[in-house]
Design a binder for this molecule. Sequence first.
Ligand code: ATP
Ligand code: MG
Length: 271
Amino acid sequence: MQILSITSGKGGVGKTSIVCNLAARFGQLGKSVLLIDADLGLANVDIIMGVTPKATLEQLFRGEKTLAEILTPGPPGVTVLPSGSGVKELTHLSDEQVMHLMQALEELDQQFDILLVDTGAGIGKNVLDFNAAAQDVLVVTNPEPTSITDAYAIIKVLARDHGVRRFKLIVNSVRSPKVARDVYRTITTVADRHMSDVPGLNIEFLGHVMYDENVSLAVLDRKLLVIGRPDSRASLCIADLADRLLEESGDRPMTGNMQFFWKRLLQQPQA
Ligand SMILES: Nc1ncnc2c1ncn2[C@@H]1O[C@H](COP(=O)(O)OP(=O)(O)OP(=O)(O)O)[C@@H](O)[C@H]1O
Ligand SMILES: [Mg+2]
C-alpha cells in the first residue's frame, strides 16, 4: 500500500481539488483508494467528491457506529473517510479508543492499494501529525511568491521537526510547464542552502497542473474533473501526476502499510 498525504503552506492553492481528482484517476486505473479528509478547515472533500457522509468519526469513538458505516463510497474505486469534527480528536484519543480504532482499521489494510490524506494547510499540530505519519508528502504550491515561501516553510518544519524526508512538489495553476520548473528550482535552491545538513532529504518535482477554469466548473456541475471533463488541460495534468506516482511506487518496496500509518499518527506526542 502506498501512503501519500497532501499539504501546502498557504491555503487555497488547490490541495483538495488535486487530491480528489488524483483519487478518482487512480480509481479509473483500477486501483482501490481510501481518501481521508483530515482537513479541519472547510472540510470539502465531500463536496468536491459529491458524497454525503452518513456518520462521523466521533460516532465511531463513542461506539455508536462501526468503521464500515463511516466509510462512504465515492467514484469507482474510491472510498472516503469523511472528517467531520472527529478528526481533531484522532491525535487526542484514550488508549482504549486507540485500540478500538486500530482493530477496526486492521481489516482495511488488505482492501486498499493507495491511501491519500488531505491535510489542510499550514503548521497546525493536526496537519503536521498527519503528514509526519505518511510515507511521502505531496506539497502543493502555486507560482505566487507567498505560496512558494510558505511551501518551503512547511517542508522545513516537517523535515527538521517531524522527520519527514520525502517530498514531492506539485505546482498548481501554472500558465506553462516552465513556470512550474522555475518554482521547483527556487525551492530546491533555498533548501540546498539552508537544509543541506538534513540527512536523506529528498525534494522531488512531481509535476504541474495547468491553470484551467474547468477545475471550478467541474465543482459547479458536481462531477469530478477527471470524470466529467477528462480531456481538459488540468485533467490531463492530473493523469500525468497519477502515472508518475504509480511508476514510483513500483520502484521501491511498499514498506509502510496502513497499520504503520495509524500507529505513527496515533502515537504522535500530545501537544
Ligand atoms: N489548476 C487550477 N486551475 C484553476 N482553478 C483552480 C485550479 N486548482 C484549484 N483551483 C480553484 O482554486 C480554489 C481552491 O482550490 P482548493 O479548495 O482545492 O484548494 P485547497 O488548497 O484545498 O484550499 P484549503 O487550503 O482551503 O483547503 C477552488 O475554487 C478551485 O476550483
Ligand atoms: Mg482543501
